[in-house]
Every structure is written in structure tokens, then in C-alpha cells.
Ligand binder design. Structure first.
Ligand code: HEM
Length: 299
């Protein structure tokens, strides 16, 4: 096994005992990175094998008692290795890649789960993680229940769009939703058509405000004003970091939008914007609820 210079001797010694991939569920020590992956492993009944998680993974509640290896895009090999994992299960986008390579070089089995922001992508993700864990039957059950929940929400959305078309006389009464994320150094970012928020917006039968083939783009006031979103989709942590909803809506990029003026905002757990997973229907339901409110904010 190649040792990295910075790795403390005690950790390297622990690794020599644990780094080989282990087949037995009882011996697995998994670090999960990215909320969708953490939540899937638990939903599939393998939470007992998890020894660590990333900062944004805080559901189901027991994961808060596990060591935190840092933000999913800024992992350090040292932090992860201190937990002597046999496996790292990470969502696509986790990294940096150099850290994942270091972990592999140290003998950890690193599995990166694709994040394809569509319903098919979600179902594929469930199946993939279930297969990795040897829990295929649980995977099929979970996929069935997600399919059912999301189909029920799609039916509600289709009905309300049809009603809206009838009353507005337009062909496409779907409201326009702008996904806004922020947490990293780049400031506020708007969700393009390849993002997770765009998938949630589509599942809620609404229209993504920014028709750009990107995941996120820096948010300029011009592009947002031109998109004229009826509704905003944001994370609870962004609202908190802004000092509250009033302060967030008062930011120059958002203040003049129809959504901010009417205070039509779907606020969801930030974890639900970081990838599709077992709780995706919660975010879609919140968006559906806000769509059911009138532009005056009345139900
Ligand atoms: C490809 C670039 C990135 C994308 C697409 C991205 C995306 C996201 C998303 C969707 C969220 C959750 C929603 C929210 O809280 O608004 C988030 C949260 C966050 N991001 Fe990033 N991010 C990126 C890069 C970074 C970088 C480079 C850092 C800093 C090292 C960073 C730090 C954070 C933090 C601290 C949070 C809040 C974490 C939490 O409360 O769980 N992000 N990011």
C-alpha cells in the first residue's frame, strides 16, 4: 500500500488492518458523502455500517451523532482516513478528485454515485446504491414508493396547470420558478436546466426560470429580472445565513422579481437541493404547495 506523507502513523497502522474491501456487512465501515447518498444508505437499512458523513448530511437525525468529514466538495484525505473506513460512498461532485485518488491509493473502496437530476436518474441511483450494499429488495421497495409519491404529486401539478390554463387562457399556465443556492465562495448562484432544483421544478409541473444548459450560473440582476420568476426555490440554510427571508428577498438580485414582491418562496432543506434522494418528494410537495398560493400570497 502506498502511504501518503502527511498521514499520521497511527492512522496508517489502522488502515493496514482495515483498508481491504470487505464483503461482510458487519465489517463494513462506510463514510457517506453527500446527503442523497447518506439518506439512501439509511433508508435501505444499512445505517449501522456508516462511521462518518459530510457536513450537509444531517438526515436521518441519528447521523448528527456521527463524525463530520467536512463539506462534500472540500474533503481532506486525512479527515476521512481518521475514521479508518473500508468504503467511501460519495455523490458525483464530491471531492476534490485528488482527495478521492488519495483515498483509493490508501486502499479504500471509493464509489461515486452519479447525480442525474431526473426521475429516471433518482431511480437508477436507488438501484445502484442498493446493489452496492447487497440490498436489492429494499432498493426495489424504496424505488416503488418514490415512484408512487412523485406520480401523485405530478397528478396534482397537472390538474393545477390545467386549471390555470383555463383561467388565464394561456397554453402553458405553469409558474416560472427560480432556484437560488449559495453557500460557497461564489455568492448567490441561479439554477440552470441541468441542476437538481431544475429537476424538482419539473417534477412539480413548473417551469425553470433559466433556460441555460448548465447546472448553476452566477446570478446577475439582469438575467433574473428577465426571467421574471413567479416563485423562488431556496434552502433554509440560505435564508438563515441571509438573516431571514426579508433580508434574502431584499437582496438587489431578487428584490424586484414578481416572486419577491409577492413573497412566493418555497423554502426547503438545503440537502434536498444537493441531490435527488429518498426525501425528494418533500421538496416537490413544498413547491406544489407554494404554487397553490395566489400571487397575493393567499391560499
Ligand atoms: C460546483 C460548485 C458548487 C455547487 C454547485 C454548490 C452547490 C451547493 C448547494 C446546492 C448547496 C445547498 C443549498 C444551499 O444551502 O444554498 C450548497 C451548500 C453549501 N456550499 Fe456549495 N456548491 C459549490 C461549491 C462550493 C464550494 C467550493 C464551497 C466552499 C468550500 C461551498 C460551500 C458550501 C457550504 C458551506 C454550504 C452550506 C452547507 C450546509 O449548510 O449544509 N460550496 N452548495
Amino acid at each position: 500500500m502506498r502511504r501518503l506523507r502527511f498521514l499520521p502513523a497511527a492512522i496508517a497502522a489502522a488502515l493496514a488492518l482495515t483498508a481491504a474491501p470487505l464483503a461482510g456487512a458487519a465489517e463494513r465501515r462506510i463514510v457517506t458523502v453527500g446527503p442523497p447518498v447518506t439518506e439512501l444508505v439509511h433508508a435501505l437499512g444499512d445505517g449501522g455500517s456508516v462511521v462518518g458523513r459530510d457536513t450537509s448530511s444531517h438526515y436521518p437525525p441519528p447521523v448528527n451523532g456521527l463524525p463530520d468529514v467536512g463539506y462534500m466538495r472540500a474533503l481532506s484525505a486525512e479527515g476521512v482516513m481518521s475514521l479508518a473506513p473500508t468504503h467511501v460512498l460519495a455523490i458525483q461532485g464530491a471531492g476534490p478528485e485528488t482527495t478521492l485518488d488519495q483515498l483509493r491509493a490508501l486502499g479504500v473502496t471509493v464509489e461515486v454515485v452519479p447525480e442525474t437530476p431526473t426521475l429516471a436518474g433518482l431511480l437508477d441511483k436507488v438501484e445502484r446504491v442498493a446493489r452496492l450494499l447487497g440490498r436489492e429488495a429494499e432498493g426495489r421497495r424504496l424505488a416503488d414508493s418514490l415512484n408512487r409519491d412523485l406520480a401523485a404529486l405530478a397528478a396534482v401539478a397537472a390538474k393545477s396547470d390545467a386549471t390555470s390554463d383555463a383561467t388565464s387562457g394561456t397554453k402553458d399556465g405553469a409558474p416560472v420558478v427560480l432556484g437560488v443556492v449559495g453557500g460557497g465562495p461564489g455568492g448567490l448562484m441561479a439554477a440552470g436546466s441541468r441542476s437538481v432544483p431544475a429537476a424538482l421544478i419539473a417534477m412539480a409541473g413548473a417551469r425553470n426560470a433559466l433556460d441555460v444548459e448548465r447546472d448553476y450560473v452566477p446570478m446577475s440582476s439582469e438575467s433574473v429580472l428577465a426571467a421574471a420568476p413567479d416563485i423562488l426555490l431556496v434552502s433554509r440554510s440560505l435564508v438563515d445565513r441571509s438573516g431571514g427571508l426579508d433580508q434574502l428577498l431584499a437582496t438587489p438580485q431578487l428584490a424586484l422579481t414578481p416572486a419577491a414582491k409577492a413573497r412566493r418562496v418555497a423554502v426547503v432543506d438545503g440537502a434536498l437541493l444537493m441531490g435527488l434522494g429518498p426525501r425528494t418528494a418533500e421538496a416537490v410537495a413544498e413547491l406544489t404547495r407554494v404554487q397553490g398560493t395566489s400571487p397575493q400570497g393567499q391560499p
